[in-house]
Design a protein around this ligand. Structure first.
Ligand code: PEP
Ligand code: MG
Length: 574
């Protein structure tokens, strides 16, 4: 049966392929009966997985982040207790031995029973602990299946595969990078969530916020995904399929043509040069940056080096990664952001520390709370400045006190390198991200103390409008054109330009053609976006005359009616 679902458009492009479902909770397992002679082995397999999971907890305990020792320890203790509960550690063993079933099945049956017990509690806190039971069982199950992380399923190369998931974290998605999927779809997530950002970096069509897609779609269903419109067609009729095949080849042709702009200088019609930089997550992304003709890296989200691993990257490993980017860009500017961990990018074991992670210990707050981690990164970053044109960007600063503390950390890292006679660029520029409304409103102190600014519109919009950027339920309220957002942008860009402090936008707004002219009109001259978007934004720049858009931009900034703003924007873009 053919049906259509509507979600949130994340990455444009059309994909046609067969559904490959990945399990959100891996507790969907097969049941099979084993010959008696293998039962001993099966019990041993269960015991080994149990031991490995216990060791995993022990490892997490010894590597726990110092900032939240109490909560983290309590969380680990609870999970260890659940793991040691006879219902999970003993009963499955007995069931394997008595019923000759596979270990996964025995674990699933007893997990379900334990979850059901927790579900009967009237106390809300106890009731909620069923989630912990599921998480512990999932960890144990992954050990059993030999997949300690959230491993990507193998892509099938004979047909185009579209990955269908209930939810994917940015850490999950980044693991899919080397694999070629035609597209991704998820039930949850918003357009500026970090999962969406990684999907764009993969340059793969993606629709999120589809609510029940994971339940409604069956393995190997034929899917058409229109990333531009956020539409998914399941088991399309022949004429629809033919129409989308045509649209797909037209779209690909258009993209190819745009790539011819790779070496063109991004000048407006009246001759102003606009810097078009790229955002990356890993050193390997440089190839795409160059292929698309970006003239620098405007945002290297260094925190991705910290994800999907049980340990943390040390100074040498980080230094090598930053140096690779610095050298790879051959003298073009490279802006590396200090790690923005927390919220939807958690290192292993820290995932449940905060109740409201977007407002919690995230980005610079976490850096300042974890001095050792921060020092290590700063030394690695400073060392890399010797190998290229590197500048350091600090996320989520809210005001003078955090700026001062950050600068003190940087000064101390410089002193330690001086003491050891290690080279670095003594003129290295330090910048701050403007992504909290308080920072935008108290801009003076940022302009005075920092060398450059970069506006993170994804967070600036999230925090201005109080919209969780990862929550599809409120995604319709996430509005870059809200007058409050536009006023903050105009204020930050205007004030920075007046005081001669370089300012860029590195949030997703910078990569959306709908906003290019508006941002140019407001005075922005530096954009940073996911690499594949550079050519189309360049095309926009090449067809824009700054004097011609000035009047309409001012009218948009003065308007307060959303309909009127959209109407004027359409005029600006026509
Ligand atoms: C932003 O907030 O706009 C930004 C660029 O940072 P991130 O998306 O990584 O939070
Ligand atoms: Mg941000």
């Amino acid at each position: 049966m053919s049906f259509t679902l509507h979600g949130i458009a994340v990455t444009s492009g059309i994909a046609i392929g067969y559904a490959h479902l990945i399990s959100h909770t891996s507790l969907e397992v097969a049941h099979y009966v084993l010959p008696k002679k293998f039962i001993g082995e099966e019990v041993a397999r269960f015991d080994a997985a149990l031991l490995a999971t216990r060791n995993e907890f022990a490892g997490l305990r010894s590597n726990r982040p110092t900032h939240a020792a109490a909560e983290f320890d309590a969380f680990l203790e609870l999970h260890q207790m659940i793991l040691d509960d006879p219902q999970l550690s003993v009963a499955p063993r007995d069931m394997i031995a008595s019923e000759y079933c596979n270990a996964e099945w025995a674990l699933k049956v007893h997990t379900d029973a334990l979850v059901a017990q927790f579900n009967q509690f009237e106390d809300a806190y106890l009731k909620e602990r069923q989630l912990d039971v599921k998480q512990v069982a999932e960890r144990l199950l992954k050990r059993l299946t030999g997949q300690p992380g959230h491993q990507p399923p193998p892509a099938r190369h004979d047909v185009e595969t579209i990955l269908v998931a209930h939810d994917l974290s940015p850490a999950d998605l980044i693991q899919f990078k080397p694999q070629q999927y035609a597209a991704f779809i998820t039930d949850l997530g918003g357009a500026t969530s970090h999962t969406a950002i990684v999907a764009r970096g993969l340059n793969t069509p993606c629709v999120m916020g589809l609510h029940h897609a994971r339940e409604l779609i069956r393995e190997d269903d034929l899917l058409i995904l229109d990333g531009e419109q956020g539409v998914l067609i399941v088991n399309p009729d022949k004429p629809i399929l033919a129409e989308y095949k045509l649209r797909q080849s037209e779209w690909e042709l258009e993209r190819k043509k745009l790539k011819r702009l790779r070496t063109a200088r991004a000048n407006t019609l009246d001759g102003s040069f606009i810097e078009l930089h790229a955002n990356i997550e890993k050193p390997e992304d440089i190839a795409e940056v160059k292929e698309n003709g970006a003239t620098g890296i405007g945002l290297f989200r260094s925190e991705f080096l910290f994800l999907n691993r049980d340990d943390l990257p040390g100074e040498e490993e980080q230094f090598e990664a930053y140096r690779a980017v610095a050298e790879g860009m051959e003298g073009q500017p490279v802006t590396i952001r200090t790690f923005d961990l927390g919220a939807d990018k958690q290192i292993k074991g820290a995932a449940r520390v905060a109740n409201n992670p977007a407002l919690g210990l995230r980005a610079i707050r976490l850096c300042l709370a974890e001095p050792q981690l921060f020092r290590t990164q700063l030394r690695a970053l400073l060392r890399a400045t010797h190998y290229g044109n590197v500048q350091i960007l600090v996320p989520m600063l809210s005001g003078a006190s955090e700026i001062n503390q950050t600068l003190q950390f940087i000064a101390a890292a410089r002193r330690s390198l001086d003491d050891e006679g290690i080279s670095y660029d003594h003129e290295v520029k330090i910048g701050g991200m403007i992504e909290i409304p308080a920072a935008a409103l108290a801009l003076n102190v940022f302009a005075k103390k920092l060398d450059f600014l970069s506006i993170g519109t994804n967070d600036l919009i999230q925090y201005t409008l109080a919209i969780d950027r990862t929550d599809e339920e409120v995604a319709h309220l996430y509005d870059p054109l809200h007058p409050a957002v536009l006023h903050l942008l105009a204020h930050v860009i205007g004030a920075s330009n007046r005081s001669g402090v370089p300012v860029s936008v590195c949030g997703e707004m910078a990569g959306e053609t709908a906003y290019t002219r508006l941002l140019l009109g407001i005075g922005l001259r530096r954009f940073s976006m996911y690499p594949a978007q550079v050519p189309i934004i360049k095309q926009r720049v090449l067809t824009t005359s700054l004097p011609e858009i000035a009047g309409l931009t001012q009218r948009i900034l003065r308007a307060d009616d959303p309909m009127k703003i959209r109407e004027l924007l359409d005029k600006l873009n026509s």
